[in-house]
Design a protein around this ligand. Structure first.
Ligand SMILES: NC(=O)c1ccc[n+]([C@@H]2O[C@H](COP(=O)([O-])OP(=O)(O)OC[C@H]3O[C@@H](n4cnc5c(N)ncnc54)[C@H](O)[C@@H]3O)[C@@H](O)[C@H]2O)c1
Length: 352
């Protein structure tokens, strides 16, 4: 296997702290001869933006595509940049610029004590959310009229294309087929948004007919939110649009124990893809050494699995589970250990 080339963008706040731990994990796997990789760290984030007014440097996208197989992002966001323009330029710049149309967020409960719902077993919370990642209201189409007056009008366009809807639905069904999963749920709000989500309905009818072995159903997004809390065990694969996916996957993150445990991937099959923790830069706890590094370990796992290191990804999840079982956790999971103590412990276990 040739060397994997990884670009690390630690970003801001706790993004920097947890990325350090992910790099430590990668080095551990390299030293154990389990992964062959080269990596480079990029200082893109608030500091650079404030210093040089540069968010995503010129030529960054073709460089990432040419020189790297995968990108790892910690988190971006800094109160000193009130608009968080740099974060949007970097994150949305990479997502849109590299056309990473799949946002994949696994929701897996690693220990039953972490679930905020009563009497849930780990097997009750084990699903994959696929969020369309390049369209919807996030494309920035719209504007303001009579801004700042009592008659102000604000318009944010919801862009949905047949190609965009079809490719995310196909990706979700292909995932179900390849993993032997039986249930796919598509969610939209076609009752209130007949134009945009009427398209989702029509494309869904077409795509689901190509996968007769998969039991597929539709839920309106409000019903999905309710059902996810009432009984998450009924779901295996959920696929939805950009906005609803953003919201529902954070609900999913809580079902599995919080932001400190939630990884994600931004994928375009066959191209350089980007892997990021779901959490933000958490300015309130940044610099205190108490950020949970587990989401970063699991994100590295998703990256490695995507690049063919399936056993190593499983091992990363295994050691995270071991740490939770033995109480080697940061304060967000009621532990008393620091970010680097948890990271060191996880790396020690990785070696074994
Ligand atoms: N993908 C990203 O880079 C991303 C995602 C979300 C938010 N943000 C940005 O991050 C900044 C903060 O946003 P926010 O406060 O809404 O969300 P956040 O995820 O940073 O924090 C939400 C809550 O979860 C806690 N938390 C998050 N990650 C944790 C971890 N690893 N360990 C322990 N506790 C953790 C925080 O302390 C906070 O209480 C904002 O600037 C926002 O725009 C960035």
């Amino acid at each position: 296997m040739k060397d994997l080339r990884i670009a690390f963008i630690p970003g801001d706040g706790i993004g920097v702290e947890v990325t350090q731990e992910a790099i430590k994990a990668l080095r551990t796997l390299q030293e154990a001869g389990r992964v062959r990789a080269q990596y480079k760290v990029f200082d893109w984030g608030a500091e650079k933006y404030l210093r040089e007014k540069v968010a995503l440097p010129a030529g960054a996208l073709p460089m990432l595509q040419r020189d790297f197989d995968a990108i790892f992002v910690g988190a971006l966001g800094d109160p000193r940049v009130p608009s968080n323009q740099h974060a949007a330029d970097i994150l949305l710049g990479i997502r849109f610029g590299l056309d990473l149309y799949v946002n994949q967020r696994p929701v897996r409960l690693l220990h039953e004590c972490l679930c905020p719902l009563k009497n849930r077993k780990t097997s009750d919370v084990n699903l994959m959310i696929f969020r369309e990642n390049t369209e919807g209201p996030y494309v920035g189409a719209g504007g303001n009229l009579r801004r700042g007056t009592a008659d102000e009008v604000a318009i944010q366009e919801d862009v949905n294309t047949r190609k965009g809807v079809e490719r995310i639905l196909v990706y979700a069904f292909e995932h179900a087929r390849s993993k032997g999963l039986k249930r796919v749920c598509m969610s939209d709000k076609s009752n209130a948004m007949p134009h945009a989500h009427g398209l989702w309905q029509r494309v869904f009818a077409d795509v689901r007919s190509r996968y007769p072995e998969v039991e597929s159903r539709h839920l309106f997004i409000d019903t999905l939110a309710m059902e996810l809390v009432r009984d998450p065990s009924q779901f295996q694969v959920i696929v939805t649009c950009n906005l609803f996916g953003d919201i529902i996957s954070d609900l999913g993150a809580q079902l599995q124990g919080g932001m400190g445990l939630a990884p994600s991937a931004n994928i375009h099959p066959g191209r350089t893809s980007m892997f990021e923790t779901v959490h933000g830069s958490a300015p309130a706890i940044a610099g205190k050494g108490i950020a949970n590094p587990m989401a970063a370990f699991l994100t590295l796992g998703m990256l490695l699995e995507h690049c063919g290191y399936v056993r190593e990804a499983a091992r990363l999840e295994e050691v995270v589970k071991m740490a939770i079982n033995s109480g080697r956790t940061t304060p967000d999971l009621s532990g008393r250990f620091s970010t680097s103590q948890v990271g060191d412990w996880l790396c020690e276990k990785l070696k074994q």
